[in-house]
Design a protein around this ligand. Structure first.
Ligand SMILES: NCCCC(=O)O
Length: 816
């Protein structure tokens, strides 16, 4: 293959010949991109793919990740017939056992989720476990689930079959060709330079795909692209053949960090230990090819001891292979897909966190469609490269973080679980103030944010559980303070963007669905839509002057929102600036917010002088702020935008004055519970690029009469066709169970979807959530006339449903 000439031009150049690159090549070729070139520095599969375990577990954390995994399983089943290469694909099923009560809750919740996603699953008894896995010590097994359609495969052959399928459809696959640079001009990819046998070549192309696995970060860095991933050592052993070993399903014992795979009469036992060993900090050897890393028996021994206890026959089985090989891990344990925000035409498919085989089939399909159509085939935000923060490519950060993320694959996935490593990189100027007042922090996009406040004498840390956690009562007090008095939130992590210039208004009118031509000082809640009417961004826009607008977006979506704005900038006089670091945000929320503001400021906060949805510059303490009268908790309140150097002063002024009105410091958990009571949507949970703005119930923020804007046609079409699904708010009848999100939503006895957001409504008195209900051709009365239940860990709980917010449906409190 390597003797083939290197083409001078291609529609896409894929860098990396592992299963990821081969899958992208296969799917692009299938879409008719016949002049695709894949370049592999050594031999196909020689990085990570060749030593992957090849487990095909179809249930993933979300509907669309499951959709991609199911696609992979289907594809791998068919590949052999298409290409003649045996893929070793075997539908042996899989079983997960729980050794603790917490894990039982987790796997039963997962089983409910699997049912909602259409994955075949069954909770099985310990006797059934024993029946399927006679060698297993089940003495301490508390519960188990079985997924009969899961499987296993031969990873290297899957990659080879994909490569052959790609070639059959016109792609060129070249080995022993090393990419030396990606050529760019005016912010877009124009080519690739590479070396073969000491000679340099250039391939002209407008699309590059970084599928370089553990080389991906360094390769991306060469082009100024952020791709935060790092290799870790992954260990497994393979036994000698075990006489009379029957065919077995894949087994996962997450409480012992292990998986078991039977293959050709031997057992493979792999580990996702809690503290992993990052590898390759100083780069990867130039001649690395099918390399293994040195054994570390001391590291693996505790795993092996547990495995022998779990499966006593291993004691005498004899170890044939002690394997250690590098795999790529990312800071949040999710892979990367999509176009890098820094460079047009630079695509990525990398960072698979040890689930590369099951993911790559679907991910390759999704990326190929994304490249072909200019938009993803469905919501892929959780793996979108635009979620990566520029600082995350820092190697010290990555090294610390990936030592944790490897183990997270099998760790307890408790709700609200926070990362324990690599913390504190982005902090509000109030961080130490809040910490001293009991704040317990969580992390989003690198930002430390106060999630809840411990009381004097209470431990200032999380105790995780599937039931009420140790902060439940703290949240209740904060929540009720916001409803009945006044609370203060530090929301400095908001992303802040200035859009300025002669054409700023026209630009935003074109991108936003609401009316942007408002008087200076007005604040508008709006969405940016794609051509399908799906929500690309959810934001508020404040008009600061004739030519300057101030956009506020969630901290987690800032890079995505900046990328969306920049991508749609035509030949216009507009400057887009990320000003997140310039201002802190203090939110004063609750019926007594006006009393508090009046104590710290001489300005007039009455409705007449400062009505809802307006911004005013105010004096506060001895400083200045811009007070935005908006709310994400459904109360009277102001978001105070304060320059960073005055933040501590303003906080101290508010705190001192707040003593008289019972001001309470509140955390993000309370922000969330209050906003769900008010049925305010959250991007990434309730609204995504796949959710039509009208079906999401946000038609009130769309102005079709203002003229053309992105997504307008899709809105008009939907108005004519009618809604196919609607977002409803739910409250459990029983005040005891909890909702987090992803619970199965049951309508008239049938699972129809999942809960998109959940929390506890401390004012309403029960767990609350939101979710979409299919409703094509139905009236509101039909939708509300149904009976609803929510399935939590296999148990169905009655739920009240509402189209209007259950809390303050007429928004009287907001405008009080
Ligand atoms: N590479 C191992 C995959 C582990 C799992 O699917 O559970």
């Amino acid at each position: 293959m390597s003797a083939k000439p290197i083409p001078s031009k291609a529609r896409a150049v894929i860098i990396g010949g592992g299963v990821s690159g081969c899958s992208v090549a296969y799917h692009l070729a299938k879409l008719g991109w016949t002049d695709v070139v894949l370049l592999e520095r050594k031999q196909l599969t020689s990085g990570t793919t060749w030593h992957a375990a090849g487990l095909i577990g179809q249930l993933r954390a979300s509907q669309n990740m499951t959709r991609l995994a199911k696609y992979s399983a289907d594809l791998y089943t068919k590949l052999e017939a298409e290409t003649g290469i045996g893929t070793g694909m075997r539908q042996c099923g899989s079983m997960t056992v729980a050794l603790t009560e917490e894990r039982r809750e987790e796997i039963y919740r997962q089983a409910s989720l699997a049912r909602a996603f259409g994955v075949d699953v069954r909770e099985i008894t310990v006797e059934e476990v024993k029946g399927m896995y006679p060698h297993l010590n089940t003495a301490d097994v508390k519960a188990a689930v079985h997924l009969p359609l899961d499987g296993q495969c031969d990873p290297a052959n899957i990659a080879m079959a994909l490569a052959k399928g790609a070639r059959q459809n016109g792609a060129t696959i070249l080995e022993n060709v090393k990419v030396t640079s990606v050529v760019t001009r005016d912010g877009r990819v124009t080519g690739v330079t590479c070396e073969q046998n000491g000679e340099t070549f250039t391939i002209e192309t407008e699309n590059v795909v970084n599928a370089a696995g553990m080389w991906g970060r360094t390769l991306a860095d060469m082009s100024g692209v952020t791709l935060p991933l790092h290799a870790c050592e992954h260990f497994y052993i393979v036994t000698e053949p075990i006489p009379n070993l029957q065919r077995l399903p894949v087994l996962r014992v997450p409480d012992e960090c292990t998986y078991y795979k039977e293959d050709a009469g031997k057992m493979l036992i792999g580990a996702f230990e809690l503290k992993a060993k990052p590898w390759g900090m100083d780069g990867i050897r130039e001649d690395f090819c099918f390399d293994q890393l040195p054994e570390d028996f001391d590291h693996f021994q505790p795993i092996l001891e547990n495995a022998i206890n779990r499966m006593p026959m291993l004691e005498t089985a004899g170890i044939h292979t002690f394997f250690n090989g590098p795999e790529s891990f990312t800071p949040d344990d999710r892979y990367y897909l999509g176009e890098a925000p820094e460079l047009k035409g630079y695509w990525v498919a990398a960072g698979y966190n040890s689930i590369g085989i099951v993911s790559s089939g679907g991910a390759g399909m999704a990326l190929a469609q994304w490249m072909n159509d200019g938009e993803p085939p469905f919501d892929l935000w959780e793996v979108d490269i635009r979620r990566a923060q520029p600082f995350q490519k820092n190697r010290a950060y990555l090294k610390d973080r990936v030592s944790e993320t490897l183990g997270l694959l099998y760790a307890d996935h408790f709700p609200y679980r926070q990362m324990a490593t690599a913390r504190g990189v982005r902090r509000s100027p109030l961080h130490e103030h809040l910490k001293a007042r009991g704040a317990v922090f969580g992390e989003v996009a690198g930002w430390e944010r106060a999630n809840w406040f411990a009381k004097e004498g209470q431990e200032q840390e999380y105790r995780y559980s599937w039931k009420r956690q140790n902060w439940f009562e703290n949240q209740k007090e904060e929540h009720l303070a916001v409803r009945n008095g006044v609370g203060l939130f530090d929301m400095t992590s908001f992303g802040k963007i200035r859009v300025e210039g002669r054409d700023a208004l026209a630009f935003l009118q074109r991108l936003c669905a609401n009316q942007m031509d408002v008087a200076p000082g007005k604040i508008v809640y709006t969405q940016m839509l794609n051509d399908r009417g799906g929500i690309e961004s959810d934001l508020t826009v404040t008009r600061l002057s004739e030519t300057a607008f101030f956009l506020v977006v969630p901290g987690a979506t800032l890079q995505r929102d900046l990328a969306w704005l920049r991508k749609h900038l035509a030949d216009e006089f507009v400057v887009i600036t990320d000003v997140t670091a310039a201002e802190s945000v203090l939110c004063v929320m609750g019926p007594k917010a006006r009393d508090l503001m009046q104590k710290v400021s001489p300005n007039d906060f009455s409705n007449a002088h400062h009505p809802f949805a307006t911004a005013r510059e105010i004096e506060i303490g001895m400083g200045l702020a811009r007070a935005h009268r908006v709310t994400y908790v459904g109360e009277l309140g102001w978001e105070l935008y304060v320059s960073t150097e005055q933040t501590a002063h303003v906080f101290e002024a508010l705190e001192a004055a707040g003593a008289d009105v019972g001001l309470k410091l509140c955390g993000l958990h309370t922000l969330d519970s209050c906003r769900i009571e008010k049925a305010f949507r959250h991007f990434g949970h309730d609204i995504t690029d796949e959710d039509h703005v009208l079906e999401a119930g946000l038609g009130f923020a769309v102005r079709t009469k203002k003229g053309e804007f992105a997504g307008r046609d899709a809105v008009l079409r939907k108005q004519e066709e009618g809604l196919k699904r609607r977002m409803l708010q739910f409250k459990l009848a029983d005040p005891e169970p909890l909702l987090f999100h992803n619970e199965a939503l049951v309508r008239d006895g049938k699972i129809v979807s999942t809960i998109t957001s959940g929390n506890y409504g401390h004012f309403l008195g029960g767990a609350i959530g939101m979710g979409y209900v299919p409703c094509a051709g139905e009236s509101e009365a039909d939708v509300l006339g149904s009976s609803y239940e929510i399935e939590i860990a296999g148990v169905r709980v009655k739920a009240e449903a509402s189209l209007a917010p259950m809390y303050d449906p007429k928004a009287e409190r907001v405008r009080a």
